[in-house]
Design a protein around this ligand. Structure first.
Ligand SMILES: NC(=O)c1ccc[n+]([C@@H]2O[C@H](COP(=O)([O-])OP(=O)(O)OC[C@H]3O[C@@H](n4cnc5c(N)ncnc54)[C@H](OP(=O)(O)O)[C@@H]3O)[C@@H](O)[C@H]2O)c1
Length: 168
């Protein structure tokens, strides 16, 4: 199973000003890159808060939302609403025939997938901004990753870059 972590940060690795802040500061070129990468994979896995901040389903992709709530009112019904460990999520999706998934946040979901040692690829876009506040990409993790840089893309003239790392 290919498991890609797809993220955009400011220059110090911040993914949002705070937990309730939507990603409204990334460039249109990164949004295009995100759409292209996640559409190629076909599956997006995210936490309930990220799903709510997006405001509904990402079209053309299987939307998987993680939540521990039994009764939940979401803006739109996702394809899968799952409570479980990253291994359980992957095994469910693998059983349903999916071979390539994108983990798209937020901090809590990124952290759990990294800690579980499941991530095979990281697509890290860095925007040339420094955000106020600061929700980091990851909480404290115990799993260390060794990476190989596969590709650097410059996405626009302002200097938004995307780094594709493969995890060993
Ligand atoms: N820059 C980026 O690339 C990027 C990408 C995505 C998000 N973000 C930002 O990240 C922030 C949100 O991050 P966050 O960490 O607060 O929230 P999150 O990861 O989006 O969602 C957390 C929620 O997901 C559910 N969840 C997490 N792990 C679970 C598990 N193992 N089983 C079942 N449910 C689970 C829980 O939902 P319940 O409370 O319903 O149980 C939990 O409260 C926002 O500011 C957002 O804009 C940035």
């Amino acid at each position: 199973m290919r498991i890609r972590l797809v993220v955009v940060t400011d220059i110090r690795g911040t993914i949002a000003r705070n937990r309730d802040d939507p990603v409204n500061w990334s460039s249109k070129e990164d949004k295009r890159f995100f759409k292209q990468t996640t559409s190629e994979s076909g599956v997006v896995v995210m936490g309930r808060k990220t799903y709510e901040s997006i405001g509904g389903r990402l079209p053309g992709r299987t939307n998987v939302v993680m939540s521990r709530q039994k009764e939940i009112n979401l803006p739109q019904k996702p394809d899968y609403l799952i409570s479980g460990t990253p291994h359980e999520v992957v095994s469910l999706l693998s059983g349903a025939g999916y071979k390539d998934i994108c983990v798209i946040g937020g901090q809590s979901v990124f952290t759990q997938f990294v800690d579980a040692g499941l991530v095979t690829d990281i697509y890290l876009s860095v925007e040339p901004v420094l955000l106020a506040g600061g929700l980091n990409l990851l909480e404290e993790v115990s799993n260390e990753l060794t990476l190989k840089l596969e590709r650097i893309l410059k996405l626009n003239d302002n200097g938004t870059i995307n780094l594709h790392y493969r995890v060993y």
